[in-house]
Design a protein around this ligand. Structure first.
Ligand code: ATP
Length: 304
């Protein structure tokens, strides 16, 4: 698959802080590429370097060499709109700046406002829009010129569930024409929206791939979680067949096993509890999530 953009050993420092610490990856044409990481991970700094807004201290950003130029769109994390223009006026104004034919801009504007649920407020001044509407207008303005690649920094921030769905569905429809790079710290959103995900933390790339690849490359897919009564977790572990659960973690009274054979492990757990007079308060089986992987890789949760 051909890349549209390639980051090669990017480094950015702000004084003593290494915001981005030797990151390399490729973004393929026509994909939705999601940067996932906690606050301060270095997502925005990476996006700024890729879009040419910030010069790396070292490393470089390479363009697909079949193109000498690519057009880009940027939707920054902080909303940038003209408060005293209506939604449609901003679209026409942006079109003028990109030197696009007014008829074409108007049609594109109608399409974008419709897709992003703003048709009903197309003639409302931006300052009179709700925060979620302003966010969606911000996204529309980044796409007015149908760029080859668009950078969306936290496009879902502050959106209600219906608006999230609208934005997600629209992003999916444009990806064949416009490669999409987005940032988020919402794991569920990253998984739903992105074809490939890159998890970063403290300026370092931790892993990259589809959600499925990330899951299978980081231990087994299945987790079995049990809560034991009476501070007897360690004792309980001594009775369990270790071959069925080579890795596990304990948090409070909960033991989480990562198993290649969850059904056999559950049988073994129930048998061990019965034979050793241990009481299981709860037991559940589930698929490993990106959050589990993030905690495994960094030893802390994204929300901390
Ligand atoms: P968030 O999810 O909170 O937006 P992020 O992953 O986008 O976070 P960045 O904004 O790239 O993270 O910040 C990475 C690190 O660089 C942080 O420690 C931040 O404080 C620092 N940083 C970012 N911009 C500047 C700046 N202009 N001057 C100094 N430090 C900065």
């Amino acid at each position: 698959m051909s890349f549209i953009l390639k980051a090669d050993s990017l480094v950015k420092r702000y004084g003593d802080i290494i915001a981005v610490n030797d990151i390399s990856f490729e973004i393929f044409r026509g994909e939705i590429f999601g940067f996932l990481g906690p606050n301060g991970a270095g997502k925005t700094t990476t996006i700024k370097m890729m879009s040419g807004l910030l010069k790396p201290d070292s490393g470089k950003v390479l363009l697909d060499n079949s193109n000498s130029k690519i057009s880009i769109g940027i939707c920054p994390q902080h909303i940038v709109i003209w408060e005293n223009l209506t939604c449609m006026e901003q679209i026409l104004f942006m079109g003028k700046m990109y030197n696009i034919n007014p008829g074409e801009v108007k049609n594109k504007g109608i399409e974008l406002l419709e897709a992003l649920g703003l048709t009903g407020v197309k003639d409302r001044l931006a300052r009179k829009l709700s925060g979620g509407m302003q966010r969606r207008l911000n996204i529309a303005l980044a796409l007015i010129h149908s760029p080859d690649i668009v950078f969306l920094d936290e496009p879902q921030a502050g959106l209600d569930p219906q608006s999230r769905l609208l934005v997600r569905e629209y992003i999916r429809t444009i990806k064949n024409k416009t490669t999409v790079v987005l940032t988020t710290h919402d794991m569920e959103e990253a998984e739903k929206l992105s074809d490939r995900i890159c998890i970063i933390d403290k300026g370092k790339l931790l892993c990259i791939g589809t959600a499925g690849e990330i899951t299978t490359n980081n231990g087994y897919e299945d987790l079995v979680e049990i809560d034991i009564e009476g501070d007897r977790e360690k004792e309980f572990l001594s009775f369990i067949d270790k071959e069925l659960c080579p890795t596990f973690s304990i948090s409070d009274s909960r033991i989480t096993f990562n198993s290649s054979n969850p059904a056999a492990l559950v049988e073994n757990i129930l048998k061990s509890a019965r034979e050793n007079n241990l009481k299981i308060k709860s037991l559940q089986m589930r698929k490993k999530s990106l959050e589990d992987i993030f905690i495994n890789l960094t030893g802390r949760s994204l929300r901390e």
